[in-house]
Design a protein around this ligand. Structure first.
Ligand code: ADP
Ligand code: MG
Length: 626
């Protein structure tokens, strides 16, 4: 035991965070109490769980509760819990550093944009520090449940350092004494405290006593019947378990007896924190067994791509005294995970059918997570595929289509699902890949997120139909109908004669050398002179772009250049080759670069710019000469 008080510096990140907390003017100060109570409740939950596993615990008979008292003469507020407590080491680590990487991201953001909502503090594992919004000094007296531990007092005024000193005679758990700032004396008032508890902490599953009187309604909402719960209660419960301020988008409450006894209450939040720039979220669903917390924010109970969900899963089939480590490879937990995930996906499917607008809102906010699931989770791949939504050539801008709808309205003779990636609807619709789909009136899905092509190539097929990117060289589009064939034959744009076209493309391949695998005569281009297509393999140009961006070593695979032999530019090129081969070669290089740009692929900009100036110069010259 360290017998003298020691003073220690806060970790640099904590100092910055405290500075923000103390000087933040915009804040809803009440939330500090919610954070301290939530920590007390966590400590009690952890103790309850510990007690099931350890032989000996300190103060074994202390009742599990939170007691709050105020002193309006000293202007102090004291929150006492009989939870797990903290050792010397834990005080130092938990209240002197920020352990979480996600939290570091949060508060860096907070520092950058002062106005960012400090109310979010609890969601990022730094809630304790909120006490300094109202405190000139905070004292934390704590005694761990471990029998051989000693008691300590941690104290700080929140500016740079804290002091740790031994403290004898403590009971198990933690007592937090908040010495209130002059402008925060209102928190030394029982009525204020009761009001805040009712507002934020009503669902804490241990009694909270203020002046000896129980204030909260202790209840496990998920164990009640759906019909007995009001919408308001769901919302309040969501705000409580998620430490959140937004309204949930929806909730999913279900219970089952077979194959496993499950009660689950899951919430889809109103906002997607990852999209708002807060870094990767931690899981938000906790695992219970008969209302006893087994693992808070469990990584095991749902797949990672459902990390945006908040809520509770309770199964009485779990052994109560299972350890954290054992959860990881417990077959029962794996089974629970599968069942709950399937049920949640079914819930989404029903929502998509019965409340399409609600589902679309979900999709725009959280669709990215389902896409992540579709690329990583084989077990639920088929169900996920049905939930995907995209724009397509047959939707209005901003409106979405499902793969099932696409398949339903496929043309006769069409047996593949087509998609094409591009930065926007407009870019896709003016690009070369779209031309043949437009002409033949074949629907094509627009994949506008970088992840989309990975999703499709991972799916491979849907409903027995292959998913094919429109930049593939070997498209098997339905045969053109008679009308189209006639239109083509009577069109004024006569293609080059076959032998001339053959010689031209052969020469173009020689000019481009290793840059292309093949130069081919296109059967699908209408308005563009040329385009890049992928001869084989698995990668679309969009995927290659992503891989190149994440890994400079990635070698872009060899492409085919398809040329449109009815296009005036190509026809003139055949002619130019015999008159001025040097210039014609320049044109070929330029056509290739342009096609690469349209495919969204990298080119060497310097030589391209130089060459295009040469071509322009020549064009101007010939203008002069005419
Ligand atoms: P979070 O609760 O999200 O982990 P906090 O900043 O609120 O973040 O608390 C930091 C840590 O301090 C907690 O994880 C816990 O280990 C410890 N702690 C805080 N309050 C208590 C308490 N009353 N009893 C035991 N441990 C506590
Ligand atoms: Mg906390």
């Amino acid at each position: 035991m360290t017998s003298k008080p020691e003073t220690k510096e806060f970790q640099a990140e904590v100092k910055k965070l405290l500075d923000i907390v103390i000087h933040s003017l915009y804040t809803e100060k009440d939330i500090f109490l919610r954070e301290l109570i939530s920590n007390a409740a966590d400590a009690l939950e952890k103790f309850r769980h510990q007690k099931l596993m350890e032989e000996d615990v300190f103060d074994a008979d202390a009742p599990l509760e939170i007691a709050i008292s105020v002193n309006d003469k000293d202007h102090t507020l004291t929150i006492t819990d009989s939870g797990i407590g903290m050792t010397h080491e834990e005080l130092e680590h938990n209240l002197g550093t920020i352990a979480h990487s996600g939290s570091k991201t949060f508060f860096t953001e907070l520092a950058e944009a002062q106005k960012k909502d400090i109310n979010l503090i609890g969601q990022f594992g730094v809630g304790f520090y909120a006490a300094f919004m109202v405190a000139k000094k905070v004292r934390v007296q704590s005694r761990s449940f471990k029998t051989d531990a000693e008691g300590y007092e941690w104290s700080s005024d929140g500016t740079g350092s804290y002091t740790l000193s031994p403290e004898s005679g403590l009971h198990r758990g933690t007592k937090i004494i908040v010495e209130l700032k002059d402008d925060a004396h209102t928190y030394a008032n029982e009525d204020t405290i009761k009001r805040i508890i009712k507002q934020y902490s009503n669902f804490v599953s241990f009694p909270i006593k203020v002046g000896g009187e129980k204030v909260n309604t202790v209840q496990a909402l998920w164990t009640k019947g759906k019909d007995d719960i009001k919408d308001e209660e769901y919302t309040d419960f969501y705000k409580f378990i998620a430490n959140a301020f937004d309204e949930p988008l929806s909730h999913f409450h279900f219970s089952a007896d077979a194959p496993l006894a499950i009660k689950a209450l899951l919430f889809v939040p109103g906002d997607n924190m990852e999209l708002m720039g807060f870094g990767r979220m931690d899981p938000g669903v906790s695992l219970y067994c008969q209302k006893v917390l087994i693992e808070q924010h469990s990584k095991n109970i749902l797949p990672e791509w459902l990390r945006f969900l908040k809520g509770v899963v309770d199964s009485e089939d779990l052994p109560l005294n299972i350890s954290r480590q054992a959860l990881q490879d417990n077959a029962l937990v794996a089974k629970l995970k599968k069942v709950i995930t399937s049920r949640f996906l079914k819930f989404l499917k029903d929502q998509a059918k019965k409340q399409p607008e609600q589902y679309e809102k979900f999709w725009t906010t959280f669709g990215l997570f389902l896409k992540e699931g579709a690329t990583s989770d084989y077990t639920h791949r088929d169900d996920l595929a049905k939930l995907l939504r995209f724009e397509s050539s047959k939707t209005e801008p901003g409106k979405l289509v499902s793969l099932s709808e696409y398949v339903e309205r496929m043309q006769e003779g069409q047996d593949e699902i087509y998609y094409i990636n591009g930065p926007s609807r407009e870019a896709i619709e003016t690009g070369p890949y779209f031309e043949v789909f437009k002409r033949r009136d074949v629907e094509i899905i627009y994949t506008m997120e970088p992840i989309d092509d990975f999703v499709f190539s991972h799916l491979g097929e849907f409903d027995g139909k292959k998913m094919v990117s429109a930049d593939r060289a070997d498209l098997k589009l339905p045969e053109p109908d008679k009308e189209e064939q006639d239109a083509k034959e009577s069109s004024p744009a006569e293609p080059l004669d076959e032998p001339i076209a053959q010689t031209l493309t052969k020469w173009m391949k020689e000019v481009l050398g290793e840059k292309v695998k093949e130069v081919a005569i296109s059967k699908r281009l209408v308005d563009s002179p040329a385009m890049i297509v992928n001869p084989d393999g698995f990668f679309t140009s969009s995927m290659e772009r992503v891989m190149r961006a994440t890994n400079q070593e990635h070698q872009i695979s060899s492409k085919n250049l398809e040329v449109n032999c009815s296009h005036p530019l190509i026809k003139n090129l055949a002619d130019m080759r015999t008159k001025d081969e040097t210039f014609a070669k320049n044109v070929v290089e330029q056509i290739y670069d342009n096609a690469m740009i349209q495919a969204g692929l990298m080119i060497e900009p310097r030589s391209m710019v130089e060459r295009s100036y040469q071509i322009i110069e020549r064009a101007l010259l010939s203008k002069e000469n005419t």
